[in-house]
Design a protein around this ligand. Structure first.
Ligand SMILES: NC(=O)c1ccc[n+]([C@@H]2O[C@H](COP(=O)([O-])OP(=O)(O)OC[C@H]3O[C@@H](n4cnc5c(N)ncnc54)[C@H](OP(=O)(O)O)[C@@H]3O)[C@@H](O)[C@H]2O)c1
Length: 310
């Protein structure tokens, strides 16, 4: 598994990471989470992303692999208010408690990165939330502070000295951050974690998506249909396995400035396929150009700006 440097954190992380959203939102059984995570760790993946806001995800990851804690870089997210915590969203109080709770749930004494979970730019400008992460860093509870978000707010975050890492959307159906955030992140040596890296499986019909994904993926499904691409257009012939997951992951990993792509999966077979896809390296330049052109053209025809999606 290819390793890449997570910007100025200096951490060496696998190009493919694990996204802990779906196992939380879909309530994946503990044994299955353990099977997926241990398989990924056994096969060179060393990057695990979760959030306080993914129900049960921090606990499931802690139960599954905390005994192997020195084998992975661990990221969680905070900032929202929770019924069992004091304080308002984005307050220092709630962030401090969320960090402490994450350490307990993930059964560890430190997080490698804690991200502010998609707050608006005004929250970043106010400073209290970022300061709370700096305080947690100074106390040794987290190693680095970061921001999860897109568009203007992510660009603003990239200019903050305290922010070493940004998690943002980059995929075949979400290309806005490629020309704006990624060059700035490279200039400032900020590590880039890509969320939604396979576009929430936008090639599936919305009706084929499980649970919360039906609503969650609608925008990408509409964009994907409007882009009108087939694997054949990109030089890939059909086979027993749908090539779209491989194409989508390799497109994301091909973008300059991307460090790691945290694919969310509840399926051990897909975890194995994603390792194989990542091993194939960048997509051919012609295929990348065709995906970029299809996005630009469909966005233009739509008459709206296709912004990065939370
Ligand atoms: N605001 C934020 O901070 C934010 C927002 C969104 C996401 N995230 C983070 O980013 C991670 C990734 O985003 P995501 O999970 O929303 O989207 P994603 O990784 O782009 O897509 C996940 C979907 O793709 C499917 N999939 C994965 N590998 C596949 C394969 N090889 N073949 C077919 N289908 C495959 C999964 O289904 P199966 O379960 O069946 O494999 C799941 O439905 C999240 O888990 C979370 O950690 C953060």
């Amino acid at each position: 598994m290819e390793k890449r440097r997570l910007g100025r954190t200096g951490l060496e992380v696998s190009a493919l990471g694990f996204g802990g959203g779906p196992v939380g939102f879909l309530g994946t059984e503990q044994d299955r989470v353990a099977e997926i995570l241990n398989y990924l760790l056994d096969n060179g993946v060393n990057f695990v992303d979760t959030a306080a806001g993914y129900p049960g995800s921090e606990e499931a990851i802690g139960n599954a692999v905390s005994h192997r804690r020195d084998e992975y870089v661990l990221v969680s997210k905070c900032g929202q208010a929770f019924d069992d915590l004091d304080g308002e969203a984005w307050s220092a109080t709630v962030i401090e408690q969320t960090v402490d709770r994450a350490l307990r749930r993930l059964k560890t004494d430190h997080l490698d990165v804690m991200l502010l979970h998609s707050c608006d730019q005004e929250v970043l400008e106010k400073g209290e939330a970022v300061e709370a992460l700096v305080k947690a860093r100074d106390a040794g509870k987290i190693r680095h502070a970061g921001y999860s978000g897109d568009n203007e707010a992510a660009l603003y975050a990239a200019g903050l000295d305290a922010i070493d890492v940004i998690e943002t959307s980059v995929n075949i159906c979400d290309q806005a951050n490629i020309d704006t955030l990624l060059p700035e992140a490279q200039r400032r040596d900020i590590g880039i974690i890509v969320k939604r890296p396979v576009a929430n499986a936008a090639w599936l019909g919305v009706g084929e998506q499980p649970g919360f994904y039906a609503n969650y993926t609608t925008t990408y499904a509409e964009r994907f249909a409007a882009m009108g691409l087939s694997p054949g257009d990109l030089g890939f012939t059909g086979g027993p396995i749908d090539p779209w997951p491989m194409i989508a992951l390799r497109f994301t990993l091909s973008q300059a400035g991307v460090t790691t792509a945290i694919v969310g999966t509840t399926n051990p077979n897909n975890a194995a396929r994603n390792i194989e896809a990542a091993a194939q390296g960048p997509l051919p330049g012609d295929a990348i150009d065709a995906i970029r052109a299809a996005f630009a053209s469909a966005e233009s025809v739509s008459g709206t700006q296709w912004a990065g999606q939370r």
